[in-house]
Design a protein around this ligand. Structure first.
Ligand SMILES: C[S@@+](CC[C@H](N)C(=O)[O-])C[C@H]1O[C@@H](n2cnc3c(N)ncnc32)[C@H](O)[C@@H]1O
Length: 300
């Protein structure tokens, strides 16, 4: 039995979104045609009082896959998890040994992925979120496959010192993920994040991030996904998204010589044969997944 968890972090605000993604991963894990496996996800959901009554299997949802939150939206998170798992593994396959998870939340890639044993995974999130994560993983006797470094810091502050003091080596290649993060940050924090990733990376490094098209950020308030998330579990995602106009982060990287490619999630649904497809009044329509690579030699 887990002790009640009282530290601020996952029990409200943007921290609660980490539990939403964990619940989605738990459901994905148990699907017969699962896109990604995360055996730890349901431990987080079961332990957090904020998730009382949340499902960890689609069979526990009365309308099953037809439920906009636990069906379609959860599948979206399952797809995103798989695509970014593949991205990290591909980078490791090119020799990258440092992984940085920005807004890591309850990401358990250090435990799940078959990474080379000399990899180091740096997990950046707010202290309360990381403290909850540690408590639950410790209780589950989870053992990471690679070295893990926790970096409790707020990404709206100067987080570079925290990361480099924790042992991150800017002179070696790295792969970075900002999965479900940027739209929660003020625009200057996103600009700083992109500048910093550029500054702390060598050629051969890579970054993947999720963005939302500007015009869509606050649209779709009455879409099935946002409505279900609000009504079923009380999370108003649109209230949590930052209202600043978003910077063009893919453009900023391209201007510095990175190669970038931008995809819709639906591209990967088609590629992998399962996942969400477009629908009317679709909150996922403006979501973009950006994959950026820093070339080995500076371009002339
Ligand atoms: C939707 S969750 C995604 C978590 C994780 N990347 C995943 O996909 O499972 C967003 C995460 O970003 C973190 N986050 C949001 N704003 C942050 C900030 N200013 N500093 C650090 N972390 C932040 C939250 O605490 C939360 O864990």
């Amino acid at each position: 039995m887990n002790a009640p968890f009282t530290t601020y972090g996952v029990d409200g605000g943007v921290g609660l979104t980490a539990l939403l993604v964990a619940a989605a991963r738990a459901i994905e894990t148990h699907r017969h045609d699962s896109l990604a496996q995360d055996e730890y996800a349901e431990h987080f959901v079961r332990a957090a009082p904020a998730c009382a009554g949340w499902p960890v299997r689609i069979e526990q949802v009365p309308d099953g896959e037809h439920n906009p939150l636990w069906g379609r939206f959860a599948r979206y998170f399952g797809l995103r998890t798989r695509v970014l798992d593949d991205f990290v593994l591909r980078s490791a396959g090119t020799g990258v040994r440092q992984v940085v998870l920005l807004g890591a939340g309850l990401d358990t890639r250090a435990f799940r992925l078959d990474l080379p044993s000399d990899c180091v995974v740096h997990e950046i999130d707010r202290a309360g979120v990381l403290a909850f994560k540690e408590q639950i993983l410790t209780e589950a006797a989870a053992v990471p496959r690679v070295k893990r470094v926790l970096v409790p810091v707020d990404l709206r502050a100067d987080w570079v010192t925290a990361l480099t003091s924790a042992g991150f080596d800017p002179s070696a290649p790295s792969v970075w993920l900002a999965e479900g993060l940027l739209f929660y940050l003020p625009a200057p924090a996103e600009t700083y994040l992109i500048d910093t990733v550029h500054r702390l990376t060598t050629g051969g490094s890579a970054l993947a991030f999720e963005a939302k098209l500007e015009k869509d950020l606050l649209a779709y308030r009455d879409s099935a996904i946002y409505t279900a998330t609000r009504e079923q579990i009380g999370i108003d995602l649109l209230d949590l998204f930052h209202r600043d106009p978003r910077p063009d982060s893919a453009g900023a990287l391209a201007a510095r010589g990175w190669s970038t490619s931008t995809h819709t999630p639906f591209d990967f649904t088609r590629l992998l044969g399962r996942g969400p497809l477009p629908e009317r009044n679709d909150a996922l329509e403006g979501n973009r997944w950006v994959f950026a690579h820093k070339p080995h030699e500076p371009r002339p």
